[in-house]
Design a binder for this molecule. Structure first.
Ligand SMILES: Nc1ncnc2c1ncn2[C@@H]1O[C@H](COP(=O)(O)OP(=O)(O)O)[C@@H](O)[C@H]1O
Ligand SMILES: [Mg+2]
Length: 327
């Protein structure tokens, strides 16, 4: 099965701006530009990595794709259907094909439900299955995620973080989704179980053909599992393309700084390290020009004046920088 060239999810010039409460009357209204003009295309069967520091808009983008956050501007297509233009009923049907795995398996599972009910609930809500069919499906799902029938009557509090994430994954795939948003699925877990959960996700993808949007603040995590990556900063896309190309020759100073922070030994001819100072600035009324210009060690006058367009600098490799690092 190879439908990797087929686009499953398409995001066009998406903007999600949140109004800031308060402020003086008669002054200009302020907005947090959580996502500020992002376009991505996710192909069927692939894992698409979305990375950037905390607060850069990753979750907002993921939530908007799932229809949980209304766009201020722009379009989102799932299987060529404009999500925000669909009538309610059609939206609900289509939405079942898209699910989410949450960052925190401690708060995302209902503590009063046993494992059986946590996993059965989406099927019960949808309807159309007998109790026997649901029980058989829960059993099948538990085995798929490395748990067993014995776990059905147990409660979330009986499990470790990694096991809880397995339960969350079983619930997320209960209705056979084609697309899963994995929003930092290992960030809240002990480092020792990261690899197990990532391997489980990769095995499920192989077995079930699920497409993933994999969100992480850590570039190193996406390197091995994603075919494409997108690097965000303050709501904007800095660099995106085929994972291999971006890791081989990152051209945006921001991507290089992220790589400098995570990769020390396993890159031959590692490019010059860039250590960023200061914190990510507030996303409220970001200045014109490149969003990264206030922290970029190479910023020039032009960078503070005009925002660079995302440009294809080699096939399958796009960079938004006035002075990309081509060395
Ligand atoms: N519902 C909301 N109302 C107002 N601001 C929000 C809301 N959700 C997110 N934000 C702001 O939008 C920005 C991006 O947040 P988020 O998408 O959660 O980033 P990330 O997932 O990359 O850490 C942050 O500045 C955050 O405070
Ligand atoms: Mg987030």
């Amino acid at each position: 099965m190879n439908n990797h060239d087929k686009t499953l999810v398409k995001v066009e010039n998406l903007k999600v701006h949140f109004p800031v409460k308060g402020g003086l009357p008669f002054t200009k209204k302020k907005f947090v530009k959580a996502v500020d003009g992002v376009s991505i295309e996710i192909h069927a069967g692939e894992t698409f990595g979305l990375v950037g520091e905390s607060g850069c808009g990753k979750s907002t983008l993921g939530n908007a794709i799932l229809g949980m956050q209304k766009p201020t501007e722009g379009k989102i297509y799932f299987k060529d259907q404009d999500l925000n233009a669909l009538p309610r009923k059609e939206f609900k049907d289509l939405r079942r094909g898209m699910q989410m795995i949450f960052q925190d398996p401690f708060s995302s599972l209902n503590p009063r439900f046993d494992v059986y009910h946590i996993i059965a609930e989406p099927m019960e809500i949808r309807g159309g299955m007998t109790d026997e069919e649901i029980r058989a499906r829960v059993s099948e799902l538990l085995h798929l995620v490395g748990l067993s029938d014995d776990d059905m009557p147990r409660y979330p509090s009986d499990f470790s973080g990694g096991q809880r994430q397995r339960i969350g994954i079983a619930r997320a795939i209960a209705l056979n989704p084609e697309f899963l948003v994995c929003d930092e699925p290992v960030s809240a877990l002990d480092v020792s179980v990261h690899a197990q959960i990532l391997n489980l996700l990769m095995d499920l993808q192989k077995e079930l053909g699920i497409t993933y949007l994999f969100i992480s603040h850590n570039l190193a995590v996406v390197k091995d599992i994603c075919s494409h990556v997108a690097v965000m900063y303050l709501g904007s896309m800095m660099e995106t393309g085929e994972t291999q190309k971006i890791f081989k020759r990152p051209m945006h100073p921001y991507t290089r700084s992220l790589l400098s922070a995570v990769l020390t030994v396993d890159v031959d001819n590692a490019p010059q390290r860039i250590i960023l100072e200061g914190d990510i600035p507030s996303p409220i009324n970001t200045p014109p020009g490149c969003p990264f210009s206030t922290r970029c060690p190479y910023a020039k006058e032009e960078c503070k004046k005009s925002k660079p367009e995302l440009t294809e600098l080699e096939p399958g490799h796009f960079v938004a920088c006035h002075f990309p690092m081509m060395d």
